[in-house]
Design a protein around this ligand. Structure first.
Ligand code: TLP
Length: 354
């Protein structure tokens, strides 16, 4: 049992703790050795994930980063280029893994909101000339984390897929929050996943499972991905205990994500009233990114110019955690594991600066 006022943790949806039903499922999970593909609970999760996204097969991996990196390795050969946007997770937050693990070079696109156009992608694909490195893969992200949870339109995805496929280049989706994207777009998740050669999505973000992601693709792709996962140290054994809460996440948690989108909209509406706070992109899903300027501090002078840091410190003193992305930008992420009065308490803490 918790005592006192509950901390409101808006740093990420990764902070969610497993539900009671998940914990019970973990305790009761049937298990086997998954490196031999003999864990019945993992097999069930992989089948369910593939079915929901409209793929032939899926692979359970410990993290979203590993799912993305296994995909990159499967689609490419060392020395090839991966076309990705300048704000993508694979570029920013995966420890240069594409270079360190797979010998890949990112070909970075400056885009609007994180979403390249088909024209940009087509131009970024190297022509087949002996002195140019080959383009091995295009990687998209939907919803887009550093883009403030923005959602890529299905039409835009399709055009990019066509442009890439015309030139024989596969397209991967970092769909860590694909269920949020589906809700914002008002379509089934299989529509968001359609047309990609592989899709990674996470169970351990808004869906609340303690761990795990899935990489979806064709039977052949997943067979190869299984080998690469082992090479990367991700061959797991009696891991049905971790797949079991993932099954609960897919069965019970996807349907409630719209609540998180509403929380973020209410936070955004309140924050927009504050002087010194600007919301550059209207939130579409469960992520809110906004800028904090000197006006928010009133008379107070911040010598180091770290407005986001100062804002986050003030909130922390009031029991609210948010993430400073740089000296101006703050991120808040809504999820199921927040107290009911999250919006009220957060806005009151922001105002208590006066
Ligand atoms: N994102 C985390 C941090 O790494 C930034 C977060 O708190 O949002 N793709 C996307 C779009 C992601 O947002 C994340 C996690 C991942 C991949 C990687 O997932 P994990 O953390 O499981 O490796």
């Amino acid at each position: 049992m918790e005592s006192g006022i509950r901390i409101i943790d808006l740093r990420s949806d990764t902070v969610t703790r497993p539900t009671l039903e998940m914990r019970k499922a973990m305790a009761e999970a049937e298990v086997g050795d998954d490196v031999y593909s003999e864990d019945p609970t993992v097999n069930r999760l992989e089948e369910m994930a593939a079915g929901m996204l409209g793929f032939e097969a899926a692979l359970f991996v410990p993290t979203g980063s590993m799912g993305n990196q296994v995909a990159l390795a499967v689609h490419t050969r060392p020395g090839e280029e991966v076309v990705c946007d300048a704000d993508s997770h694979i570029l920013h937050y995966e420890m240069a893994a594409m270079a360190a693990l797979s010998g890949l070079l990112p070909r970075v696109l400056i885009t609007v909101g994180g979403f390249p156009s088909a024209g940009q992608v087509s131009e970024a694909i190297q022509p087949d000339i002996g002195y140019l490195s080959r383009t091995g893969l295009i990687s998209l992200e939907n919803s887009h984390n550093r883009g403030g949870g923005a959602v890529m339109e299905i039409e835009n995805q399709r055009e990019v897929q066509e442009a890439a496929h015309q030139k024989g280049v596969p397209v991967h989706l970092d769909g860590a929050r694909i269920f949020n994207a589906a809700i914002a777009l008002g379509v089934d998740v299989s529509e968001v996943a359609a047309g990609f050669d592989s899709v990674m999505f996470c169970l351990s973000k808004g869906l609340g499972a303690p761990v795990g992601s899935l990489l979806c693709g064709s039977v052949d792709l997943i067979k190869e991905a299984r080998r690469i996962r082992k090479r990367f140290g991700g061959g797991m054994r009696q891991v049905g205990v971790l797949a079991a809460p993932g099954l609960v996440a897919l069965e019970k948690m996807t349907g409630r994500l719209a609540e998180d989108h509403l929380t973020v909209r209410l936070l955004a509406e309140g924050l927009a009233q504050q002087s010194g706070i600007e919301i550059p992109v209207d939130p579409q899903t469960n992520i809110l990114i906004f800028t904090v300027g000197p006006e928010w501090f009133g008379e107070k002078i911040l010598e180091d110019g770290d407005f986001a840091g100062g804002f986050v410190r003030h909130l922390k003193e009031n029991g609210i955690l948010a993430l400073a992305l740089d000296k101006n930008k703050v991120r808040m992420v809504a999820h199921y594991d927040l107290p009911e009065d999250t919006v009220e308490r957060t806005l009151a803490a922001v105002e208590s600066n006066k």
